[in-house]
Design a protein around this ligand. Structure first.
Ligand code: HEC
Ligand code: HEC
Length: 209
């Protein structure tokens, strides 16, 4: 079983490496000009959305962002609120937007949660949950949750807690399938998480920086 996971991880890593080769880098200046419409929801700084459940984009990995934008445009990741926002954009336009948001400074984390939940979340983040096939978050998202930009693993530190909860639930229920090219690894991880564990992780990640 362990070996299977390793093989899947290896295959996924190779796929990711290949897809990053296929991605031309974006132009942050061009992306900035195109981001005015995005700011109405995601904030001028990319981090202060008009609703606390909107994701923080500032400082997120460029490869991750451009892949999500492609999937939102194609409908592979349905985001009702963003319907129409990306219509008519070329792959280069999406890469430019991704480069712009990746270039913005990330927002520092905010205090959230109580000591017990932080302790539980820290344990899962660093060690996973043996027996439930929940792998340590830090193994992929980095010891400080900043992600791995080259591999396309998103940063999850300093993220809106409501957004993190919604994503983990969506992976768990199989509603978010954007991890397909990664061998479904986030759905595998989220599968073993309870609502309480997800809430604790979201509080912990929100204040991590
Ligand atoms: C009307 C509000 C609205 C507008 C305008 C909008 N977004 Fe979004 N965006 C959202 C919401 C809400 C989500 C989270 C959806 C979810 O829960 O999956 C999101 C998600 C995203 C994500 C995925 C983030 C992640 O961590 O996976 C990216 C990238 C993004 N938006 C970029 C943009 C860009 C670029 C624009 C402008 C072209 C834009 N958005 C315009 C509301 C908006
Ligand atoms: C084996 C590697 C791996 C492990 C372990 C892992 N993740 Fe992920 N995670 C990913 C990848 C890859 C993505 C992006 C997948 C996609 O495009 O949907 C992701 C996406 C996410 C997202 C969505 C980010 C966004 O901006 O929408 C969240 C939240 C997340 N992971 C949280 C966690 C938590 C919490 C844990 C630990 C319980 C964890 N991950 C463990 C690889 C991993």
């Amino acid at each position: 079983m362990k070996t299977m996971n390793h093989v899947r991880f290896l295959v996924a890593s190779i796929l990711v490496a290949l897809s990053s080769l296929a991605h031309a880098g974006g132009n942050a200046e061009a992306g900035k000009a195109a981001s005015l419409v995005c700011a109405t929801c995601h904030g001028q700084d990319g981090a202060t959305g008009i609703d606390p459940s909107y994701p923080n984009l500032a400082g997120q990995g460029e490869l991750y962002l451009s892949r999500q934008l492609e999937m939102i445009l194609s409908g592979e990741r349905p985001v009702a609120l963003m319907a129409g926002q990306l219509n008519g954009k070329s792959p280069q336009d999406l890469a430019d937007l991704a480069a712009y948001y990746a270039s913005l400074p990330g927002k520092p984390g905010q205090a959230a949660g109580d000591d017990d939940s932080i302790e539980l979340a820290e344990k899962i983040f660093r060690g996973g949950i043996g027996g439930k096939r929940v792998a340590a978050c830090g193994a992929c998202h980095g010891p400080t949750g900043m992600g791995n930009a080259l591999a396309g693993f998103p940063g999850i530190a300093g993220q809106s807690d409501a957004y993190t909860i919604a994503q983990l639930v969506a992976y768990r229920e199989g509603e978010r399938t954007t991890d397909e090219s990664f061998g479904g690894m986030m759905r595998d991880v989220a599968h073993g998480l309870t609502d309480g564990e997800i809430k604790a992780l979201a509080d912990y990640l929100k204040r991590m920086h």
